[in-house]
Design a protein around this ligand. Structure first.
Ligand SMILES: C[S@@+](CC[C@H](N)C(=O)[O-])C[C@H]1O[C@@H](n2cnc3c(N)ncnc32)[C@H](O)[C@@H]1O
Length: 254
């Protein structure tokens, strides 16, 4: 289905988190492609709960220069009432795309849009390099010397807003069938956002779900989910991936 039609069937303020990635300019030709960005954005605003989040994973077509479509979309989201809560980076650890007259592009944006103030934030942590009690710099005196005091370095800290993922089979996903879709994002990316912005039982939505990554991970993490794609072929892939979840949950003993 076209996601505009599916959103029209949804009540106001029902979605806790949307994670989605739209077609980037005309970089890929999706079957049945039709992309009415402005009406999709307005639909997302209406169906999102107060305090709910939309993660919009987007890159620009690079053809002699960046198209800047992503920025235009970001500004439109602000115009219709969303706040740009964060502009995060999805960095690909392995990327084949090279430019002859510029550095290799290795990232996409993850716009974190919020309706009001975020109602849920479960910060993901990472281990610090050093921890324990140490003499730590406290303040710099006028002569440039630094005063040190005893303090504790914690064993973990909140992650930064640049997230690295390996891409391709084994990185993006282990589901071979997913690669019948041309533009899958990593399961871990979906997982990290779902853990950050929702709790079990919340509703996670992907209006352009492609191979079903968002839905699959939401199911793995005991969230409710709703996915839609305009292509029947991609929905068939998504359904097969969702069928793998029970088996994979048992393997991971979740
Ligand atoms: C970048 S892909 C999403 C890939 C997905 N994140 C994944 O991991 O597989 C964009 C998807 O949007 C779908 N699409 C394009 N226009 C649409 C529309 N109006 N309604 C629903 N889906 C649409 C395309 O068929 C395509 O599968």
């Amino acid at each position: 289905m076209d996601c505009i039609d599916i959103m029209q069937e949804m009540d106001d303020k029902v979605v806790d988190l949307t994670i989605t990635s739209p077609p980037y300019d005309n970089l890929r030709t999706y079957k049945g492609y039709s992309f009415d960005f402005e009406n999709i954005a307005k639909g997302l605003y209406r169906v999102t709960k107060d305090g709910g989040i939309v993660v919009w994973v987007v890159g620009d077509k690079i053809n002699g220069g960046f198209s800047m479509t992503s920025f235009k979309q970001g500004l439109f989201f602000k115009d219709i009432g969303f706040k740009m809560h964060d502009i995060m980076i999805y960095r690909k650890k392995n990327t084949p795309f090279m430019r002859t007259n510029a550095y290799t592009n290795c990232y996409e944006f993850m716009f974190v849009l919020v309706k009001g103030k975020p109602k849920t934030f479960n910060p993901l942590k990472e281990r610090t390099v050093r921890n324990g009690i140490e003499r730590l710099p406290a303040n710099k005196k006028a002569d440039g010397s630094v005063r040190k005091v005893w303090g504790e370095l914690k064993s973990e800290k909140t992650r930064t807003n640049i997230w690295d993922y390996a891409v391709g089979l084994g990185g993006t996903t282990n589901d071979k069938i997913a690669f019948q879709h041309p533009a899958v994002f990593p399961e871990r990316l979906a997982q990290d956002h779902i853990l950050s912005w929702t709790n079990p039982g919340d509703l996670v939505f992907d209006p352009m779900c492609g191979s079903g990554t968002t839905c699959k991970v939401a199911k793995m993490l005991d969230r409710n989910y709703l996915g839609c794609d305009i292509s029947e072929e991609y929905i068939a892939i998504a359904k097969q991936r969702l069928d793998l979840v029970l088996k994979q949950k048992k393997l991971l003993a979740i």
